[in-house]
Write a protein that binds this ligand. Structure first.
Ligand SMILES: NC(=O)c1ccc[n+]([C@@H]2O[C@H](COP(=O)([O-])OP(=O)(O)OC[C@H]3O[C@@H](n4cnc5c(N)ncnc54)[C@H](OP(=O)(O)O)[C@@H]3O)[C@@H](O)[C@H]2O)c1
Length: 322
C-alpha cells in the first residue's frame, strides 16, 4: 500500500481510504473488527466515518464512530490510524438541511470526539455546505479547533467548487488554516445526469478537477468503485439484470470503460476493480479513493489498487478509448 502526505498537513495516509458506513450496522461488531483488522493487515490506515453513520438504519446513533472508537481502544492503535469524520450533517427527517452554525458544529465535534474516544480527530469534514452562510464563519470555527488541538486538519464534503475556492481564498487572506481535502462522488463510471436522486451530493466535474490541479488540493472521492460496477465478472446484459441498483451507471461510455478495464487488467494481471481505482490515481494531485467493502475478499481485491499505478496513456486509454 502506498502512502502519501496530504498536502498542507503532516498526515501520512494510505492511498486507499476505507469507508465505514456499514461498520457496526450492516456488519455486526465481530465482522466490523475483522474488516478493520484486515484493512490494517493490507497496509491501510485511513478511515472515513461520520457522526451520522448509519443513523438511517440503526437504533444506536453514530454506531460507526462508536465501533471504530472501541476497536482502536482494544487494538491500542489510535496513533497509527488516520480517522476522518464528518460534522454539520443534515437531518432531513427533522427538516434540518443546513446544520453549520457554530453551536451545531461544536455539538457535533464534541460528540464525535466522545464516540471515537479520542482527544483529536485527524481530518474533520463538513458534510455539506450552507451556501447562505459566509465561509468565514465555518473557517474561523475550524481554525480555532486546530489551534485548540481538537482536530489536526479539515476538509469539505459535497461543496461546489466555487464555494471551495471562496473558502480557501478566505483562509489564505486571513492567514488561517483552510481546507486540505475535498470529498465528492467520483469514480471511473460517470453517473447518468438524472441518475442521482440526492441533489445535495457533489459529483466530480472538469471545473473541480482543474481546481484540484491548480491548488494541489487532495481529492478523497466516495462511491469510488461505482458500487462495484467494475468488479463483477458479468456481461452487460447480465449486469443490467443482476444489479439494477447500479442503473445510474448504465450507459455506453461506462460499458466501454468496463471493457477496457478488463482488457488492461488481463494484460497486467490485476483485478478489474483495482484497475478502475488506479485510473483515479493518474492525476497530478493527491487522490485517496474511499472504498466500501462488503466482504474482506472485496477489500483485498480493491486494496490491491493501493500499489498499482498506471501510465498516463493507459489511464487515458481506459477513459477515452484513445
Ligand atoms: N461524503 C459523502 O456524502 C459520502 C456519500 C456516500 C459514501 N461515502 C463514504 O464512502 C464509503 C463507500 O461508499 P460506497 O459504498 O458508495 O462505495 P463503493 O466502493 O463505490 O461501493 C461499494 C460496493 O461496491 C461493491 N464492491 C466493493 N468492492 C468490490 C470488489 N472488489 N469487487 C466487486 N464489487 C465490489 C460492493 O457491492 P455489493 O454489496 O453489491 O457486493 C460494495 O457494497 C462509505 O462507507 C462512506 O464512508 C461518503
Amino acid at each position: 500500500m502506498r502512502y502519501r502526505t496530504i498536502p498542507r498537513t503532516d498526515i501520512h495516509a494510505s492511498s486507499i481510504c476505507l469507508g465505514t458506513a456499514s461498520i457496526g450496522s450492516t456488519l455486526n461488531e465481530a465482522d466490523s473488527f475483522k474488516m478493520l483488522d484486515t484493512f490494517v493487515d493490507l497496509g491501510g490506515n485511513f478511515l472515513d466515518t461520520s457522526l451520522n453513520y448509519a443513523d438511517w438504519q440503526c437504533e444506536i446513533k453514530s454506531v460507526s464512530e462508536k465501533t471504530i472508537g472501541k476497536w482502536m481502544k482494544l487494538r491500542q492503535n489510535r496513533n497509527r490510524i488516520v480517522v476522518g469524520t464528518k460534522g454539520g450533517c443534515p437531518k432531513p427527517a427533522e427538516g434540518r438541511f443546513f446544520r453549520l452554525s457554530r453551536e451545531e458544529l461544536e455539538h457535533d465535534l464534541q460528540k464525535s470526539l466522545s464516540n471515537l474516544q479520542v482527544s483529536t480527530i485527524d481530518l474533520y469534514w463538513l458534510h455539506r455546505d450552507d451556501p447562505s452562510r459566509p465561509v468565514s464563519e465555518m473557517i474561523d470555527f475550524l481554525h480555532e479547533q486546530v489551534i485548540a488541538g481538537k482536530i489536526r486538519s479539515f476538509g469539505c464534503s459535497n461543496w461546489s467548487v466555487e464555494r471551495i475556492e471562496e473558502a480557501i481564498a478566505y483562509s489564505e487572506a486571513a492567514g488561517k488554516y483552510g481546507f486540505c481535502a475535498n470529498q465528492m462522488m467520483w469514480s471511473l463510471a460517470e453517473p447518468n445526469p438524472d441518475g442521482i436522486s440526492d441533489k445535495t451530493l457533489a459529483v466530480m466535474d472538469q471545473a473541480t478537477k482543474k481546481y484540484h490541479e491548480t491548488y494541489d488540493l487532495a481529492a478523497v472521492p466516495f462511491s469510488s468503485q461505482a458500487g462495484g460496477f467494475f468488479g463483477r465478472a458479468l456481461s452487460r446484459t447480465e449486469l443490467e439484470k443482476a444489479k439494477p441498483s447500479l442503473g445510474k451507471y448504465f450507459n455506453d461510455v461506462n460499458f466501454g470503460r468496463l471493457e477496457r478495464v478488463r482488457e488492461v487488467a488481463g494484460e497486467i494481471g490485476a483485478a478489474p476493480s483495482a484497475v478502475a481505482l488506479a485510473v483515479l490515481f493518474a492525476q497530478p494531485y493527491a487522490v485517496y479513493p474511499i472504498i466500501g467493502s462488503r466482504t474482506t475478499e472485496q477489500l483485498a481485491d480493491s486494496c490491491a489498487a493501493g500499489q498499482l499505478r498506471l501510465e498516463e496513456k493507459t489511464a487515458r486509454y481506459i477513459e477515452t478509448g484513445e
